[in-house]
Every structure is written in C-alpha cells, then in structure tokens.
Design a binder for this molecule. Structure first.
Ligand code: XBP
Ligand code: MG
Length: 246
C-alpha cells in the first residue's frame, strides 16, 4: 500500500488538549454562575460522549437528576431561550476560554507531530484533519503549533457540526475522504481514542493510535498499531510503511 494521505484527529492526537477543554468548561460554568465542576475523574467518564455540546447534555441528563431544563417551548412556540440555546450559549462561552488558552500557548503539539507533518508535506503526501471540535479551536491550537499559515499544510479540515453525527460515527472521516477525493484504502488515520478509532475504522481507514492519560486504558481492537506517542518517528514510519525522508 502506498500511503497517499494522512488524516489527523486533533484532541488527544495532535495535542494533549482534553484537560484544557475541561478547564474551559469549568470557566464557562463559573462565568454562567453554575455550581458545576468537572474534575479529572468525572471528565474521564464524560469523554465517553464526543462533542462539547453533547457532553454538557450528557452531564445534565446523567449526573444532574434535579436540574430543571429551560423549556424549549412556550405553549406551541419554540423559545430562543430554551434548553438547546442554553447548551449552545454555554458551549460558546467555553470555546472563548479554550481559544484564549490555546493562543496563550497553553498546549504544545505532541512529540513527533510537527516533524511528521513537515516530512509528509515535503514528500507530497496529502494531509487532512477530521475532528469533533470546532474550527476556532483547531485554528487557535495550530496557529501556535504550526504557525499562522498552518492551513497550507492541509487539503481538508473537517470539524465538529459540519456533519450530522459525531464520532464514533464515520461521518467526519467520510466527509474528509470526499473532499480529498481519495479512497480510504490509500489513506491512514491517526487517532487517540476508542470513539475515534471506531469512526475511522467505520470509514474503512487503517488507523494508528497514540494514547494519552485519558485513553491509554481504552479498547483499541482493530488498530493497525498503538504507540505511546510519535517521539520515535522512524519506528512509526517503519510500522506504517510511510516512505518519508528523515
Ligand atoms: C474530541 C472531542 C471534542 C472535545 C471538545 O475531539 O470529543 O468534543 O473534547 O471540543 P477529537 P468541543 O475528535 O478531535 O478527538 O467542545 O469543541 O466539542
Ligand atoms: Mg481525539
């Protein structure tokens, strides 16, 4: 197999961002006068659900039995201040805190990621991104990690709500494959989580895993290989068959 494209997950793969997400959620809760606090142990459970808005709902519906949801309707009329709007606004506040943390250089790229992107780009391999998080979050992270022209490395950047279903559904990977006009058989994916792996496998992608403190005990059945990280790039190139200058 000659690898023609590498599709990168973002959170937990390109950078260890989940704790920054967790802290940003907590800042949004405080700013919104909600006495909610997601510690690491709780967040570990909440990561079962991908997508920040979906995760807030999962928290409310599974951990806050007494919470009175703002009603979406006044009689028959859909009201803008309802539950959907409440979650959407809370998530928007969270995103402002997250992007500020990223722009402050809060989270570096994981070992080997920058070199892999540079080597692959030089070798003419198509690079793309398939993530659950928002485009603003991706931009804020990669502007610092790869520079303001980071977008020039990627032929497609598939994010968040651009597709109907989030990981573990294959939608975001299928969307990216359509954009780069390559069959899954000519591409590989880089992921960090069980939800991500199920999504990329369902899209027919050979997938390599780099674990992190939230995912290292997850099930990676079906992965082509599992690495702690990409600090040993030659080993990753050898295992994946990527023919890249080192
Ligand atoms: C992981 C996710 C994201 C983040 C939070 O994304 O599930 O939802 O946890 O980001 P990835 P948002 O696919 O890159 O691993 O709040 O922006 O959704
Ligand atoms: Mg991830």
């Amino acid at each position: 197999m000659t690898i023609k494209a590498i599709i990168f997950d973002v959170d937990g793969t390109m950078a260890d961002t989940e704790d920054a997400h967790r802290q940003s959620f907590n800042k949004a809760f405080a700013e919104s006068k909600l006495d909610w606090n997601w510690d690491v142990a709780l967040y570990d459970k909440l990561l079962k659900v991908t997508g920040g808005k979906e995760r807030i709902k999962y928290f409310i519906e599974s951990f806050l039995p007494g919470f009175t949801k703002p009603s979406d309707f006044l009689g028959e009329v859909l009201v803008p201040s309802g539950y959907e709007a409440f979650v959407k606004n809370l998530h928007a506040v969270k995103t402002t805190h997250y992007t500020a943390m990223m722009r402050a250089g809060g989270v570096p790229l994981r070992p080997g990621i920058k070199q892999l992107i540079s080597d692959a780009h030089k070798a003419g391999i198509t690079l793309a991104i398939a993530t659950t998080t928002t485009p603003e979050n991706v931009g804020a992270l990669l502007e610092v990690g790869l520079g303001k022209d980071w977008i020039n490395y990627f032929s497609s950047v598939g994010c968040g709500d651009i597709v109907p279903l989030k990981k573990p559904a294959p939608d975001i990977y299928n969307w990216v494959l359509d954009e780069i006009k390559l069959p899954a058989a000519d591409c590989i994916a880089l992921e960090d989580s069980n939800n991500g792996l199920r999504s990329s496998l369902a899209a027919g992608l050979k997938t390599y895993i780099t674990t992190n403190h939230y995912t290292r005990n997850q099930d990676f059945t079906g992965a082509a290989a599992v690495f702690e990280d990409l600090s040993n790039l030659p080993a990753f190139y050898k295992t994946s068959g990527l023919k890249l200058p080192q």
